[in-house]
Design a protein around this ligand. Structure first.
Ligand code: NAP
Length: 312
């Protein structure tokens, strides 16, 4: 087997990558975790996680991310704060180009997660950071006693609407259908909150404002009627898309660009595994990311053991 700097390189420090790192460190695998921003990934951009076992009252995202970080630190897992720019796959050696250097590894776990979708409407890009936001935790407190809209009807939109209702005077949830996709318990909570109002069957056509958001134009998809809603902020939670560019044209992706794996988290390329939101799957939660990460590390360990056998 050729010499590589690492036995395992994990790209991405969200719940999937961190779990893979914990399992790898405990298995005494020579591993490196690469994270370009914050340990915890997308968890950093939400306020609380309410469906993680063991925390019956939910857990603050900040606490969870701090615990992720201290756990991998105590286990001695090396972390490179860097961005993986390119992956080159050779049969038994995988190369990851970082800023200014390239590292080699026998096996890879790609846990690069996903990023929020944008609406793609007029005014959205220009007013991002000036009232348009994709993170209620980061920007919610700026809207104390103001009027905001939340666009979307999934778990995220409902969770963040509930969080924003603590600060904003009015929270309008704009949903394109007349039934939410989000889990029932969140629907019940949001619908019973007195400063949350739902605008059903409506899509945002335009976001207006000079220096910052002043209004949005809505179209009722049933009546085609248009109306303007005066607002100070627009929070957009309409799903996510995978950060899979590193493996584009290198492993099999599904039609949405998510990495296809088998049950062991192995991609179409031997020794390359994927875990978490970047993977093709139905349920994207912290709980499922953690399971993926554990499985991917276990499979990577098996792969390494196979490599070490005489015919591996
Ligand atoms: P989601 O479950 O995919 O829901 C997206 C929502 O946005 C849907 O209601 C959808 O409408 C709407 N939508 C999509 N495109 C739209 C457009 N162009 N215009 C208007 N509305 C649009 O995604 P999410 O709620 O944003 O959550 C993102 C991810 O985070 C999900 O995978 C979710 O499972 C995960 N999450 C995890 C946790 C946790 O681990 N505790 C908590 C929250 C979220 P339709 O219903 O009509 O399709």
């Amino acid at each position: 087997m050729p010499e590589s700097e690492y036995e395992l390189v994990i790209i991405g420090g969200g719940p999937a990558g961190v779990t893979a790192g914990i399992y790898a460190a405990r298995a005494r695998i020579k591993a490196l975790l690469i994270e370009k921003a914050l340990i915890g990934g997308q968890v950093n951009y939400t306020e609380r996680i309410d469906n993680y076992p063991g925390f019956k009252n939910g857990v603050s995202s900040r606490e969870l991310c701090q615990n992720f970080e201290s756990q991998i630190k105590e286990l001695g897992l090396p972390v490179a704060q860097s961005e993986a720019k390119e992956i080159t796959l050779k049969e038994k050696e995988k190369r990851v180009a970082l800023d200014g250097r390239t590292i080699t590894s026998h096996t890879l776990i790609v846990a690069t997660g996903a990023v929020p979708n944008t609406l793609g409407v007029e005014g959205e890009e220009r007013l991002t950071g000036r009232g348009v936001s994709y993170c209620a935790t980061c920007d919610g407190p700026l809207f104390r006693n103001l009027r905001v809209a939340v666009v979307g009807g999934g778990d995220k939109a409902l969770e963040e609407a509930l969080f924003l209702s603590k600060f904003a005077r009015d929270v309008f949830v704009i949903h394109r259908r007349e039934a939410f996709r989000g889990v029932r318990i969140l629907q019940e909570k949001a619908l019973s909150e007195k400063n949350i109002r739902v605008v059903w069957n409506s899509i945002v056509e335009k976001i207006d404002g000079n220096q910052s958001v002043q209004s949005i134009t809505l179209r009722d998809v049933k009546t085609q009627e248009r109306k303007e809603l005066s607002l100070d902020g627009v929070f957009i939670f309409i799903g996510i898309h995978p950060n899979s560019e590193l493996l584009k044209d290198k492993v099999k992706l599904d039609t949405l660009g998510c990495i296809v794996t088998d049950d062991c988290m192995e991609t179409s390329e031997r020794g390359v595994f994927a875990a978490g939101d970047v993977r093709s799957k139905l349920l994207r939660q912290v709980t499922t990311a953690v399971g993926d990460g554990a499985q991917a590390a276990f499979s990577a360990q098996r792969y390494l053991e196979d490599l070490k056998t005489p015919n591996g």
